[in-house]
Design a protein around this ligand. Structure first.
Ligand code: B3K
Ligand code: ZN
Length: 864
């Protein structure tokens, strides 16, 4: 018996080292025998030498981690000890035949698996997470995405405890065994990489529905959730149907199996996983009912469901050749789910929110020590690369491509991509080649978006020539150095622009300029008066724009631009200017907000976005040295003065909308009203005089409508008042048996801006319902405090940094992926003042001296 150990390697993997596999595995037959102390996995592999691999040695090297090898047979014969070799994370067989059947029996320990990779147990349910490299924690395998095999999976387990046994594909057989055990057999007709394998065993509530595909096939839809929560899966199953319809209509993609299953799990590191035919989801993105889920939760559920469903084509049918191509599936699938949410909820608001997200998560990544390109050229731990750059910037790159090619050509490119590469593991280059072929456009320069990291800054200068009646715009692009990339070449940037006259009428609507040079001039003819440019409409490229607008010009754009995103952008820009000036004069801001409240009557959802002051992190991003306390004080001050000056208007709007939203319904119109109503409430609750209003809404909404409960509670909790403690107790009593609501209870306290919050967070870590092994709890309490509560996390004493380091140390032993995610704020130390820099570095240095996971090792070495 040999034990392979936990991954320790700190090897750097390079894209340039990619080689085709020496062997392929065409068929996999797995048998899982689930027991209370261990699981035995028998794996029968049909192995074939790859003629193209030029490996004269005929050596087969399989990956394996934390496995106990019980036996190994080649073509039916047990291998003697000298015929194979086991190292830390590999099993090597030399002198392999060209074709062989390999039978490997391993033992694994799902009950002890806290890393939540491979096979693990959550709430008495067995489940798997194999992306990126979890399958090797189940059995020895060629655990890389360019090895595509057909899987058959047999699961054997106690029937009472685990009546439901699931895997990918179709159920083909089942039976009973002695001692109350039973078995099932699943067969997946589609070839897939090992990262898409899934297994689930447990007892669930089942919610079912059907979907008739465009060609008339009936799909059996099933969502499995924890017993007693079946009433919360109805929205999710509707969302599945919406997503299926949308992909047929917009991309011509039909679902391919006869059954589509989703299982919701309480302990899950990510949002969800797109395993073929058997998605596994974090409960957070399935369960919802009005009393425990907010409008945001509902919208997120639809978007994650769509995301995983869309992966069936972008990721599963056409998959990635290697993990450097991760954005091929993730960027593309995010782009598709963003478009879905725009269609479903609101084109303008979803766009605004996606850009906010990009600027708050990806821009800092680009500006920090962990900056990497959308197609990285090296990594130590691939799990560290499920980043905003790969996902969100990757999506922006495709949005630009669509802008450059136009909608119908882009669609033809997608059709070609699916037709050409169905059933294959391919590269970002393969994808771009399709787009090149259908468009005839040379995309060589465009591909720099994949290989160069960093956020470009585009400086624009406009000049009007009255005599010639021409207007010129000069665009100059620059991009700062990022780690290992000191010099950058110009990007191909699509700039969607319009020109307005003094009254705000459009003189030129919707031109897309292709910026190619470091500096480039565009001339517009027959312009009869000085125009005002509306630049990068819809945020047509992930860049930082530098154009000097006067306050009057920003007002004009805010009021009249035909592009909703640029109206929002003008307001943000104006607010940022005010927040950055030495003395914040709020009169202009309140005048603008007053105008918007009185005139923006078409779209409540959009208005709620317009009335949002830039976040502390976005303000900080604009500064050379982030002034944590200054930003906080100024922003709070500005919001308070808006709230005071416009108190009557907010109250009037609030009352009017409140009366119109008494009954909770989830639909576009109701969401828009509630969003605006609660935006007004959040301003009103900045004043202690309005606490009664918050209390009334909180008590009335609790148990009926979480969308109204939460903002009221937030307003109450964020200041000292007589009702504060009581409100938290009432909320706790209401939510103590519901894990997801409990997360909200933890998060709301961790987000509190009052000065003793760190002490509260420490106390809450000792709460019996807090669990360091549960990622949702960690994200709710530690994540909210360290990632979102800037003023308290960055407290001058350095106590917040020490707290995070201590938590990360503990987490790393349980779940390195979660530990690495939590560590991120410390890696940005260079952005702060000298004192904070020293304190943050000190904690990183302490960590650097300890033995830690490759996940942490990579982040620490890259950032110290
Ligand atoms: N593809 C999964 C990612 C899982 C990665 C785990 N380290 C989720 C998604 O993007 O759909
Ligand atoms: Zn994805």
């Amino acid at each position: 018996m040999t034990l392979s150990t936990t991954k320790e390697s700190t090897t750097v993997n390079y894209l340039k080292d990619y080689r085709v596999p020496t062997y392929f595995i065409d068929e996999v037959d797995l048998v899982f025998d689930l027991h209370e102390t261990h699981t035995t996995v028998t794996s029968l592999l049909r192995v074939r030498h790859n003629q193209l691999s030029h490996d004269p040695e005929k050596t087969l090297t399989l990956n394996g981690e934390e496995l106990i090898l019980e036996s190994i047979k080649l073509n039916g014969k047990s291998l003697a000890a000298h015929q194979y070799q086991i190292d830390k994370n590999t099993l090597t067989i030399s002198a392999m035949p060209d074709h062989a059947e390999l039978e490997i029996v391993t033992q694994i320990f799902p009950q002890k698996n806290t890393a939540l990779m491979g096979l693990y147990v959550s709430n008495q349910t067995y489940c798997t997470q194999c992306e990126a490299e979890g399958f090797r924690r189940i059995t020895y395998f060629l655990d890389q995405p360019d090895v595509l095999a057909k899987y058959t999976t047999t699961i054997i387990a106690d029937e009472k405890k685990y009546p439901i046994l699931l895997s990918n594909g179709n159920l083909v057989d089942a039976g009973k065994l002695a001692q109350g055990r039973h078995w099932v057999k699943w067969k997946d007709p589609f070839k897939k990489p090992s990262y898409l394998f899934a297994l689930v065993a447990g007892d669930f509530d089942l919610v079912r529905d059907q979907f008739k595909t465009i060609s008339g096939r009936m799909i059996d839809l099933r969502i499995y959730v924890e017993k007693g929560t079946g009433d919360q899966a109805h929205y999710a199953i509707q969302a599945v149907k919406e997503a299926m319809r949308w992909d047929e209509k917009n991309y011509g993609r039909e679902y391919d199996l006869d059954i589509y299953m989703i299982v919701a799990i309480g302990d899950f590191t990510m949002g969800a996983m797109e395993n073929k035919g058997l998605n596994i989801f974090n409960t957070k993105y399935i369960l919802a009912k009005p009393e425990n889920a907010t409008d945001e939760d509902y919208m997120n559920i639809a978007s994650v469901i769509a995301h995983e469903y869309f992966h069936n084509w972008t990721g599963n049918r056409v998959t990635c050749r290697d993990w450097f191509q991760l954005s091929l599936k993730e960027g593309l699938t995010i782009f598709r789910d963003q478009s879905f949410s725009e269609d479903l909820f609101s084109k303008s608001v979803m766009r605004i929110r996606d850009v906010i997200d990009l600027r708050e998560t990806q821009f800092p990544e680009d500006a920090g020590p962990l900056a990497h390109s959308v197609q990285p050229d090296s990594y130590i731990e691939i799990n560290n690369f499920y980043t905003a750059t790969i996902y969100n910037k990757g999506a922006e790159v495709l949005r630009m491509l669509k802008t450059l090619l136009g909608e119908s050509v882009f669609r033809r490119g997608m059709d070609l991509y699916f037709a050409r590469f169905d059933g294959q593991a391919v590269t970002i280059d393969d994808y771009i080649e399709c787009m090149h072929e259908v468009s005839g456009i040379d995309l060589k320069q465009f591909k720099r978006w994949y290989t160069q990291a960093g956020t470009p800054t585009v400086t624009v200068v406009g000049e009007y020539h009255e005599a010639q009646q021409t207007y010129t715009l000069t665009f100059t692009q620059t991009c700062l150095a990022t780690p290992n990339q000191l010099e950058k070449l110009p990007f191909l940037i699509p700039a969607r622009i319009g020109l307005l006259d003094k009254e705000g009428h459009e003189i030129l609507s919707e031109a897309v300029l292709h910026l190619k040079e470091a500096s480039q001039v565009f001339t517009f003819k027959n312009i009869t008066s000085v125009p005002l440019p509306s630049l990068f409409r819809g945020f047509s490229a992930p860049i930082k724009l530098n154009y000097h607008y006067t306050d009057e010009e920003l007002f004009l754009l805010a009021k009249h631009d035909s592009d909703a995103f640029n109206r929002y952008e003008a307001i943000q820009c104006y607010l940022l200017n005010k927040l950055q000036s030495a003395k914040t004069d709020s009169a202009g801001v309140t005048a603008l907000f007053q105008y918007l409240l009185q005139h923006e009557t078409q779209d409540d959802f959009l208005l709620a976005e317009f009335l949002t002051v830039p976040s502390e992190s976005y303000i900080g991003e604009q500064m050379a040295v982030i002034d944590v306390d200054g930003i906080h004080a100024k922003r709070e001050g500005l919001m308070k003065s808006i709230a005071e000056t416009l108190q009557d208007l907010f109250l009037e709007k609030y009352k009017q909308l409140h009366a119109a939203t008494l009954q909770y319904e989830f639909n576009r119109e109701a969401v828009a009203k509630r969003q605006l109503k609660n935006k007004c409430l959040s301003y009103l609750l900045l004043s202690p005089n309005n606490m009664a209003l918050g209390k009334t809404q909180f008590l009335a909404a609790l148990g009926q409508n979480m969308t109204d409960t939460l903002p009221a509670l937030m307003g109450i909790v964020n200041q000292e008042n007589a009702f504060r403690e009581e409100a938290l107790v009432i909320f706790y009593d209401f939510c103590k048996d519901d894990a997801l609501m409990l997360d909200k209870w933890f998060a709301i306290q961790a987000a509190c801006k009052l000065p003793d919050t760190l002490q509260t967070v420490k106390k809450l870590m000792a709460h019996p319902q807090f669990d360091l092994k549960n990622p949702n709890k960690v994200y709710a309490l530690i994540g909210t405090f360290c990632h979102r509560n800037r003023v308290n996390f960055h407290v001058k004493s350095g106590e917040g940094y020490r707290f995070l380091r201590e938590v990360v140390e503990k987490l790393d032993k349980l779940n390195p992926q979660v530990a690495a995610r939590m560590l991120k704020p410390l890696t940005t130390w260079k952005r702060y003042d000298k004192e904070r820099q020293a304190l943050m570095r000190e904690q990183l240095t302490i960590l650097a001296k300890q033995k830690c996971s490759p996940d942490l090792y990579e982040l620490i070495t890259k950032s110290v």
